[in-house]
Design a protein around this ligand. Sequence first.
Ligand code: PHE
Length: 470
Amino acid sequence: MNNQTTATVKRQSLQGQWSTRLAFILAVTGSAVGLGNIWKFPYIAGENGGGAFVLIYLLCVFMVGLPIMMSEILIGRRGRRNPVTTMRIVGEEEGGSRKWALVGIMGIIAGVFILSFYSVIAGWAMSYVFSTAGGSFVDADASQVKSIFDQLSGNWKLSAFWHTIFVVITVAVVAQGVQRGLERLVKILMPALLVLLLVLLVFSMNSGYFGQAVEFMFRPNFSALTPSGVLVALGHAFFTLSLGMGAVMAYGAYLPEGTSIASTSVIVVLADTGIALLAGLIIFPVVFANGLESDAGPGLIFQTLPLAFGQMPGGVFFGTLFFVLLSFAAWTSSIGMIEPAVAWMSESKGIKRGVAAGILGAFTWVIGFGTVFSWNLWQDKTFFQGTFFDNIDYLISNVALPLGGLMITIFAGWVMCRNSTSDELNCGTGQMYKTWRFLARYVAPVAVILVLIEASSGGMVSDFLSKIGD
Ligand code: PHE
């Protein structure tokens, strides 16, 4: 909070740097674009009634997500350590408290829990590579496709098998060091995924139901949106941009000096949002063309896209390729989930990266069984938000990430002094800097707090607003 110049000596990262700015953009995009965009966004948009939800989500992404992404990167580069140490040392340097380290610790815990369910869904995607390649979906109708999904999700041993494989491949890359493992992978995969999505889009546009899908996604019908739906939209903005738990902060620690944080963040946010909207525009025409329910939940893409692949020319090829790329997109995202923890264990506890990654992987793997069982052994054991999976997903996306993001934006906007933030953002104190600071200090924190109040009180904020409106 103080405004004295903090003449810090620039620190060096202990784990190397990104070789180029492009490598960093690709890595953060790789972390952002994943199951959140292609699997989660369409089904939560479907569950929350479409248009109005999408609009709130877009607002959250640009007004809250973007400034927080810039904040995370700038804090990460300032500290150049794992998120726990970074929050502690930058907190102290800026005249705040060492206790800011808690934000990093919360993020580490969140990351392990995110990976625990993420790897189960990613495991399903991997298993679909084989079902699609084996021709299971050729000319299948909706009920056959659904039963193939039920056979996978309902069989805990099969789900656990794929979950295990996904945890192992994630640990393998993280153990190597993020830059080495990740850079090569993302450079090829991201463009390939985009091209394939465009191919699928052409198919959906010709399905005869494209207009209906566009209408569903972009015509806001606010009566379909509940207070908790607003929280889901905000939570998803954090989840899809990998914010609020230190993943982007950890990546920022390896960012060379002088790289523009603002333009990098804008590129990542646009790419991430574009891919989510694309996924929706591909999936909803299939939903409507086949008379499926748009609120089918987490099984939505697994029950819709195979129908499209079953009907389109070259469907076995495109379908297989799609699930391969989806698995890869999940893989490049999963790495960032445990990177903060691995960096912390290796920098602060002297544990080798490989060992640290292994320990975390083991934890995640065990917790993941709760999600595996949510569609079979424990499917009737529901409490609070529903199954075990529903609860983890809720606590992470709708509680932990927004709270973490709130702390991070308060830290960057209020605890760090102007000199430090404008120095890190390398943009002087002109209009761009002022805009970021305004969003980070006022808009983002107030939005997060209002949404949390709205959801926990069942609509207090919107009631109040509508009263003022009258
Ligand atoms: N952003 C990723 C996705 O949308 C998920 C993620 C969350 C990755 C948090 C890293 C950290 O799939």
